[in-house]
Every structure is written in structure tokens, then in C-alpha cells.
Design a binder for this molecule. Structure first.
Ligand code: ZN
Length: 390
């Protein structure tokens, strides 16, 4: 919450467009552009030069972008769409300083389709920047700094259309229910994955659905400590009950950790990606900076980042509030490592506040943990049934 307020404060008061121009912007070198390469998967590009600012896109490792100016910690990125974006220096490496952007020719792209979705292959020598944007009608994908004047498209489905303008190739995927998307690169080029909502059986919606379950924290990273219990242990115990409940209803469940073990965030995200999960549930217990505030703020809450995950968050929250009797701590937007993945559809559940004596008693009680797990499972089933209409 504090972060969101800080961000709002920054946007409203400190960093309006005019103020950015007044920042100490320096040239990137003797020529106009610095070629930057993403050092890691999901390296963020933001809308403001602030580490908490909203992400415009994130890029796979080795994808290149062009910066025309720099501050102490950020590069200013020019994607050719009339806006400026910002890349934090720690995530990017300078490959060279050049007078002009290298425009990549794109002559053909091809579509492959199976029952899970579409794979779009774009042959590339230079991995130029791309972005995804969720829209009420579906998904917009853009590939920047390309020349696609003579584009030939193979096997294009009717639900995808394209446009080439101002060195940007745009693909629009029209779908009533977005259910995961991603981009990957290899030596040959860029692959864009657009998933279809799965075929759901109304009576057994979880049949053949892959759920990645992520018990938060572990090892030396304890999470919240209150009343003699550590969050990492509560997360794992509840997650094991959730696994049991989900499996009983037909789901395939994969856990990012099965025991008390330190597991870095990027490893959890990579695990979910590798398992090709449909849904990612990260399980946590909440706390507050000032424990006295727990009188007013406590209960169960679900967090999402990508709009496509909001319906899942809402369906989980409805069941959890109804079944646990906990205070409704809301369906909340938050940028966490485990809410940001676009594939699987990802949410983070704060089961309750461990610093609240009553909730701590409940959340460490095995019978209650089972009840919680069943409610969560019902919420996932309701979400999957909601996808049937599409
Ligand atoms: Zn936590």
C-alpha cells in the first residue's frame, strides 16, 4: 500500500512531464544512441525514471533497446512512438554508441496453432524491443524499430490483425477472455505466445488444469514473524492443504518449494514458466508496518497486476471472504514478482494477518487451513467456469 501511495505522490506532484525535462539529462556519448541489451529475463522499462514507477514493458534477456539520454540511474528510451520510457541502468548493458538506430527488416512471420493457443514466429537478427498491452478487447503486441513494408504472413487466424506504421509492427489479438501470453527469443528470432482459454468441463473444471502453487518465503527468509510463528511455515502448511484440495478436484499441481528452503523470486517465476502452468497462486500472510493499525486493517486479500488476472482474484476473494468469515481486505492491484508474470495467469493471496491474534490462531489451525484450501479451490473452479462462456 505504501508503495502505491508513494507512486501516486510521485506521479501527481514530483514528476510531471515538465519536471522530467529539468532532470539532469546527459547525452549517452559521442553519437546519438546507446544500444542497450537486457541483462536478465523480464528487465523492466518504466514510464518514469523511478524504480517504483509503472512498467511500460519488460524484456527478455538479450533484447536490445536504444537510449538517447541518461540520468545517473536511468537511460531514456526512444521507441519511436512519440513517448519516452526509462530503463534502470542496473538491468541493461551498453553494447555500443551509434549515430542511428539499426532498423530490422521483417519480411515474413508465421503462425502455428494448437489447442492451447497460437505461436507467432518472427525471424530476427536483432532482437528489438517489444511491448504487450492488455485492452478490453484483447491484447496488443508491438515490435519496435522494424521495417515490415513487405510483410508476408503465413496461416494468420482471423482473431489476429496487424498494422505497420512508423517503424512499428502491431499485432492485435481479439479475445473476450485473455488467458496468458508471453514472448521468448532464440537464435532464429522472436516467438510470441497467445493462449486460448482452456476447454472447461462445467462439472469438473479443474480437470487437466495446471496450477503452480508458490508458498512464499522459506529458509533464512522467514517472512512475517508474530506470536512465535513464522510466515514461511504457515505458507507451506496452507499450500500443502491447497495442493490436496486442488488435486482432489482434478488439477495437476506443481509447487515452487515443498519444504523449508530459501527459493529466490526469479527462480519461482522461472519454475512457473517451465511447468507451463495455467494459473499461478502465490500464498502469503500479511502484516503492517505499524502493528497497532491491525485493529482497522486485517482479513483476507488477493493481489493482481495484469488486468487478465483480476477476474481470478475477484472469484477467489468472493469464496474466501464467504467461507472464512474474515474481513474483506479487498482485491488489490500490486506489482510483485509473483503477480507480474503474464503466463500463467498470476495472483498472490494474503490469507490473513499473522499479527492479528485471532487470524493467527485460525491460520495455524489445521481444520481451518483445510477450510481455507477448499474455499480457494472453489474460487479457482468458479473462475474456470466463468471462462466457459467464451
Ligand atoms: Zn509474505
Amino acid at each position: 500500500m505504501k508503495r502505491i501511495l508513494t507512486l501516486l505522490f510521485l506521479i501527481c506532484f514530483i514528476l510531471p512531464a515538465k519536471a522530467i525535462n529539468e532532470l539532469d539529462l546527459e547525452d549517452v556519448g559521442i553519437a546519438k544512441y546507446a544500444v542497450l541489451e537486457a541483462k536478465y529475463d523480464f528487465s523492466p522499462v518504466r514510464i518514469l525514471p523511478d524504480e517504483n514507477a509503472q512498467r511500460f514493458t519488460h524484456l527478455r534477456q538479450n533484447v536490445a533497446i536504444y537510449a538517447d539520454k541518461q540520468t545517473k540511474d536511468f537511460f531514456r528510451i526512444d521507441l519511436g512512438d512519440g513517448n519516452y520510457y526509462w530503463a534502470e541502468k542496473k538491468y541493461f548493458e551498453v553494447q555500443g554508441i551509434i549515430p542511428e538506430k539499426r532498423i530490422q527488416k521483417v519480411d515474413k512471420i508465421s503462425f502455428n496453432q494448437d489447442k492451447k493457443g497460437y505461436e507467432i514466429f518472427i525471424p530476427l537478427d536483432i532482437y528489438n524491443a517489444y511491448s504487450f498491452k492488455e485492452e478490453p478487447w484483447g491484447l496488443e503486441f508491438k515490435l519496435y524499430d522494424v521495417d515490415a513494408k513487405n510483410l508476408e504472413i503465413k496461416n494468420k487466424p482471423g482473431c489476429v490483425n496487424y498494422e505497420f506504421k512508423d517503424y512499428t509492427l502491431t499485432l492485435r489479438y481479439t479475445t473476450p477472455a485473455l488467458f496468458g501470453y508471453d514472448a521468448k527469443i532464440d537464435k532464429k528470432g522472436l516467438y510470441v505466445y497467445l493462449r486460448k482459454a482452456p476447454k472447461i468441463k462445467p462439472k469438473k473444471p479443474l480437470n487437466n488444469i495446471k496450477i503452480v502453487l508458490d508458498p512464499g518465503h522459506g529458509g533464512e527468509e522467514t517472512g512475517v514473524c508474530a506470536f512465535g510463528v513464522e510466515e514461511k511455515d504457515v505458507n507451506l502448511k496452507i499450500s500443502k492443504q491447497i495442493r490436496k484440495a486442488l488435486k482432489k478436484r482434478g488439477a495437476d499441481v506443481y509447487m515452487t518449494r515443498k519444504r523449508d528452503k530459501y527459493t529466490p523470486l526469479y527462480q519461482r517465476v522461472a519454475f512457473a514458466d517451465k511447468k507451463e502452468g495455467d494459473i499461478l497462486l502465490s500464498i502469503h500472510q500479511n502484516s503492517l508496518l505499524n502493528p497497532q493499525d491491525v485493529v482497522k486493517k486485517h482479513g483476507v486479500g488477493v493481489y493482481y497486476y495484469n488486468p487478465q488476472a483480476k477476474e481470478l482474484a475477484q472469484k477467489l476473494q468472493d469464496e474466501l471472504v464467504r467461507e472464512t468469515g474474515f474481513r474483506d481486505d479487498g482485491v488489490n492491484f500490486a506489482s510483485f514478482a509473483l503477480t507480474r508474470p503474464t503466463n500463467p495467469v498470476s495472483v498472490l493471496v494474503e490469507c490473513g494477518y499473522l499479527i492479528d491474534k485471532h487470524e493467527k490462531e485460525m491460520l495455524t489451525n489445521k481444520k481451518f487451513q483445510k477450510k481455507f484450501a477448499n474455499a480457494l479451490t472453489k474460487g479457482v473452479e468458479n473462475y474456470l467456469r466463468y471462462l466457459i462462456v467464451f
